[in-house]
Design a protein. Structure first.
Length: 435
């Protein structure tokens, strides 16, 4: 009986056991699959962790590189800022460092000497204006040895206006930088001139030798009305046309006829310096005063003799847009030496022609947009030895004319000698005005 129940139990439980066994096997299989999956996940996670670490290291390196670059850029930027600041400091102390070390203290000091404020001198890179700066200062120191000469650059006039107002005496004189800035072509100078004229109605104001040119009637009217209000003002013209213009429009003021101040300059070179570096030096302008009717280089190619050494340049110094006083003397003399070491100069710049004349080099002249060059040099041509100054737009320029001028020796009858009487008269006139 006992055996019977045991056998029956075995029969009844057998399917259940089989199912359990099957389920167990399936479970074991699933566990194995899960285990394999977990292993794969672990491998993937490990790989991901490695990649993450690599990415982290890469990001760190990128951050380090970026930081280094940023530091370099920042350092470079700071250096540039320092350079710009240094340059601006040079500009703000233009001339004053050489002539009067501290502008503020010199203005506020109780100097026993009368003062001459030379306003609006250039701080830019036009060597013609630089030459005017240098010759104005040297002549003023010679003509007024008992005066304190205070030069103030164009961009600093407004900055120092209140300081000038607080220190100027009735006997002090204001002189405006000369050149070609009386008019509306370079209108910022005209605005500055009107401001000073209105600000100092009781001081003698002298405008050093100028060329005039107004395009707009309204600007001319404003200048005429402003200048007519001042009772002690002198305009100096550097050419006959400007003189007639001033006489017609500024008739309330004193008008004086003279020459460009740079023509007073006596160059320091000797024949030993005449080691010619070029046959012909081109000094051509490329601004709003350039005549639209001429294509100089293309036209000259058809005229010039063959096999010439030609140096193409300008009277603009491209090394610095703003330069110090020390730079100005160096650049001026460097340009004069370049002119001295050329056999012939061809130019449409007034001071390109003047530089040629003051070092004795023959020059062929083309005019600028409003005939400033010919107006300033026409009378001087009649004082010079024949052949050293040729106006290309008055007489046809030929190959023979160029060859003739190339063969000329250095002129020794220089403008400072030829115009000595005129500039002595000018000095006496200025002295008389300041008495």
């Amino acid at each position: 009986m006992k055996k019977f129940f045991k056998h029956l139990r075995k029969i009844l439980l057998s399917p259940v056991m089989q199912k359990q066994d099957e389920l167990c096997r399936q479970l074991i299989h699933k566990q194995n699959e899960l285990t394999q999956s977990i292993k794969k996940q672990d491998m993937i996670l490990s790989l991901f962790t490695q990649k993450q670490e690599q990415l982290t290291q890469s990001i760190k390196k990128q951050d380090e590189i970026l930081l280094q670059l940023t530091q370099k850029q920042l350092t470079g930027s700071l250096k540039k800022q320092d350079e710009l600041l240094t340059r601006m400091n040079h500009i703000n102390t233009l001339y004053t460092r050489l002539y009067q070390p501290d502008l503020s203290s010199q203005l506020l000091s109780l100097s026993p000497h009368p003062k001459i404020f030379l306003l609006d001198i250039c701080s830019h890179n036009n060597i013609g204006d630089i030459a005017i700066n240098i010759n104005e200062l040297s002549n003023l120191k010679k003509w007024f040895p008992n005066h304190l000469i205070i030069p103030i650059a164009d961009e600093n006039v407004n900055i120092y206006l209140s300081l000038i107002s607080s220190s100027i005496q009735s006997s002090d004189v204001i002189i405006f930088h000369g050149g070609g800035n009386l008019g509306d072509l370079w209108v910022t100078h005209e605005y500055r001139r009107r401001l000073i004229v209105q600000h100092f109605p009781n001081n003698l104001i002298i405008h050093f030798p100028q060329s005039t040119h107004f395009n707009r009637q309204e600007e001319l009217t404003m200048s005429k009305e402003c200048y007519a209000q001042h009772k002690n003002m002198v305009f100096c013209a550097r050419d006959q046309r400007s003189y007639q213009f001033m006489k017609e429009h500024f008739y309330h003021n004193i008008i004086y006829r003279t020459y460009d101040i740079v023509l007073t300059y006596k160059h320091p070179f000797t024949p030993i310096n005449a080691n010619y570096t070029s046959d012909i030096l081109y000094l051509f302008r490329n601004d709003k005063e350039k005549s639209s009717s001429i294509t100089l280089e293309a036209d000259l190619e058809k005229i010039l003799p063959p096999n010439l050494t030609i140096n193409i340049n300008d009277t603009i110094n491209h090394s610095y847009p703003h330069i110090t006083m020390e730079d100005q003397f160096h650049i001026y003399h460097e340009k004069l030496l370049e002119c001295y070491q050329s056999k012939l100069i061809i130019t449409d710049r007034l001071h390109g022609a003047i530089f040629a004349l003051i070092v004795g080099t023959p020059v062929i002249v083309y005019d600028n947009s409003y005939k400033k060059v010919s107006a300033a040099l026409t009378e001087l041509r009649h004082k010079l030895p024949e052949g050293y100054l040729f106006f290309a737009e008055e007489d046809a320029l030929t190959t023979a004319q160029v060859a003739k001028m190339l063969a000329l020796p250095k002129n020794t009858q220089l403008p400072y000698l030829l115009l000595e009487k005129e500039f002595n008269d000018f000095a006496q006139f200025l002295t008389h005005q300041t008495e």
